[in-house]
Design a protein around this ligand. Structure first.
Ligand SMILES: [Fe+2]
Length: 273
């Protein structure tokens, strides 16, 4: 008899198990042509800013951006690209759609998404935009979130980011007070051998829990990193951070019909005795 023995599909269970063990998963995007189009738009915005024609080789253009823009002009370009992309009406829905199946399996199908998608550009040897080891939950972020992290070029070793897998993360957090005095540099040294440098080739998306210690170092590879990131959380989870509220920082994106109906429901007056 074709009965069900589990409430989740085998594929979703495997993804969940991997995520819980590592704190992250890397998978191909759900829609490769959409990714290519999104990347082309980023390149177009950057070209407009620099007064350059659209390049023949998009991947080479991004990977060797250090040949086109000096580090002191990079942040202007990054902010301009961030603003222009976030003003494109299809940007956030498309960004979400690239990881939809994984986000639904890991987080849920009624979701809230950060109001903007961040952009990070890291030239080789650039030390101006580093993200030292941290956990977002320390800063008042909801622990119920994941980060959807999307590379626009192949990301590997120091051109990528690092994360601490579960067993090491639990070990460190259990004894975390010692780092209050010793500082995060000591912490980085202590966990260096346990860190995983995430290999995320273009065409893939990384979904990670920012409860796990993570960060980045100086990009020692001979190529520029381009990546985007955005937080996603369940619509019905606690929103603890004062500035990270639902309705401003997080916006509902996939509210289902019955939820809308339930929210709109008013109990008829006089129904209760
Ligand atoms: Fe973070």
């Amino acid at each position: 008899m074709p009965v069900s023995h589990s409430f989740t599909s085998q594929e979703a269970s495997a993804l969940a198990e991997e995520f819980l063990a590592q704190g992250y998963v890397v998978r191909p995007v759900d829609d490769r042509p959409a990714l290519d189009e999104l990347r082309d738009r980023v390149v177009q915005v950057a070209c407009d800013h620099l007064g350059l024609p659209f390049p023949d080789d998009v991947s080479d253009f991004l990977n060797h951006f250090e040949r086109l823009v000096p580090v002191e002009k990079l942040n202007d370009l990054r902010l301009n690209t961030y603003r222009k992309m976030n003003a494109v009406p299809w940007f956030r829905p498309t960004y979400f759609a690239l990881a939809r199946s994984k986000l639904e399996a890991l987080v849920g199908n009624e979701l809230a998404m950060q109001n903007r998608v961040n952009l990070s550009i890291q030239l080789p040897q650039d030390d101006s935009s580093l993200l030292p080891i941290h956990s977002d939950a320390f800063g008042g972020e909801t622990p119920f979130q994941v980060v959807e992290w999307l590379p626009l070029v192949d990301c590997y070793r120091t051109k990528s980011m690092f994360i601490l897998p579960r067993s090491a993360n639990e070990r460190v957090l259990a004894d975390f007070t010692r780092y209050e005095n010793q500082g995060m540099d000591t912490l980085f040294e202590d966990v260096k051998d346990d860190l995983v440098w995430l290999d995320v080739p273009y065409g893939n998306v990384l979904i990670f829990s920012s409860n796990h210690l993570h960060g980045g170092v100086i990009n020692e590879e001979p190529e520029t990193r381009w990546s985007m990131n955005c937080r996603v959380t369940g619509l019905f989870t606690p929103y603890t951070g004062a500035e990270k509220k639902l309705g401003s920082f997080y916006l509902p994106i996939t509210t289902r019909a019955v939820t809308k109906m339930g929210i709109a429901y008013n109990e008829p007056s006089g129904f209760r005795e």
